[in-house]
Design a protein around this ligand. Structure first.
Ligand code: GDP
Ligand code: MG
Ligand code: ZN
Length: 311
């Protein structure tokens, strides 16, 4: 039998079978071994083969090949990885420009990581009802235009007033979307708006179990009324930074990559080289300064990097 993993608590996975029935399954030991450096070999969104055993709980026996998946390090310095979700149609970043402010660096890292995973990314700026000054609304417009010019879809909305909620619904319809974003940006509020019966707690870390001293958060796939689903990953701000190859970082900034065709050297890092078309485009404003700064900040993580910041 095959089914879709709709919840993963770490020790159990909930699988929805083709007939709609859901079953809680254990994981077969050998699957754990396959994902040696992975704390959870099975993720929400996975299609799995299960075996039923009389008198015992069903077992996830195999995972079907994934279209894509998102991973993160189990902890900052850990060598172990955690698969956050699999088989995504898109990754949605919920951001706010006020209360709290999501930095453009955070947004750009998210977008670059999504590019690296080949998952289409969408930006949702929430809490637009809070933007009462002309400057703040102008800033939002600038960000929207900037990201749209690069090729990303941008929705501006308010979960509180419901403004533009229909645009969000249309964007999610029929797709499996991962919902990410810093805490406090309104992810839970958005989920409640879309799936009222989910009753996700707002202003709090949702879906947490307190078992003694351990706090476990789990991912869950929630069906949308109009078709499609969102994957909620409480406690996961964004996907983990993958280990970008220094020479590849520019590939994940589409507008930088496009222009880099015109750099004099084909191994140009766009940091100091003569004849660098990217540096020229940053200077002329064709490439947004904030985007270029985000690009540099990812390069900066490379301990071997030897470039000098040009600004
Ligand atoms: N003004 C305003 N507040 C919002 C909006 N969306 C969420 N909030 C508030 O922001 C806080 C955090 O929301 P929550 O949904 O828990 O954010 P999460 O941490 O991303 O899940 C709560 O107090 C919400 O009521 C919005 O669109 N406008
Ligand atoms: Mg929440
Ligand atoms: Zn260059």
């Amino acid at each position: 039998m095959t089914g879709l993993v709709i919840k993963n608590t770490g020790s159990w996975v909930t699988v929805r079978l083709d007939d709609g029935e859901t079953v809680n399954c254990r994981m077969r030991g050998v699957l754990r071994l396959k994902g040696l450096r992975c704390t959870n070999p099975v993720a929400v969104g996975d299609v799995v083969d299960i075996e039923e055993h009389s008198g015992d709980s069903p077992v996830v026996a195999d995972i079907q090949p994934r279209k894509n998946y998102i991973i993160r390090r189990a902890s900052n310095l850990s060598k172990e990885f955690q698969i956050i979700a699999a088989n995504l149609d898109q990754a949605v970043l919920v951001a706010t420009i006020f209360n709290p402010e999501t930095s453009t660096t955070f947004i750009d890292r998210f977008l670059a990581t999504a590019e690296a995973y080949q998952v289409p990314a969408v930006l949702v700026f929430n809490k637009i009802d809070l933007l009462i000054t002309e400057e703040s609304r102008q800033y939002l417009d600038e960000l929207k235009v900037m990201y749209e010019n690069i090729g990303y879809r941008v929705i501006t909305m308010s979960a509180t007033t419901g403004e533009n909620a229909d645009a969000l619904r249309a964007m999610l319809a029929g797709k499996v979307s991962l919902l990410s974003g810093n805490s406090g940006v309104g992810k839970s509020s958005i989920i409640n708006l879309l799936v009222p019966e989910a009753h996700v707690r707002v202003g709090d870390v949702s879906h947490t179990h307190h078992k003694g001293m351990h706090t476990t958060t789990f991912s869950e796939l929630l069906d949308l009324p109009g078709g499609g689903a969102i994957i909620d990953t409480p406690g996961v701000k964004a996907f983990g930074t993958i280990d970008f190859e220094r020479t590849e970082v520019a590939h994940y900034f589409p507008e930088i990559f496009r222009i880099s065709d015109n750099c004099r050297f084909n191994n140009c890092t766009h940091t100091h080289e003569p004849g660098c078309a990217v540096l020229q485009a940053v200077e002329s404003g064709e490439i947004a300064y904030s985007r270029f700064m985000s690009y540099l900040s990812i390069l900066d993580e490379d301990p071997d990097n030897k470039y000098r910041k040009p600004f």
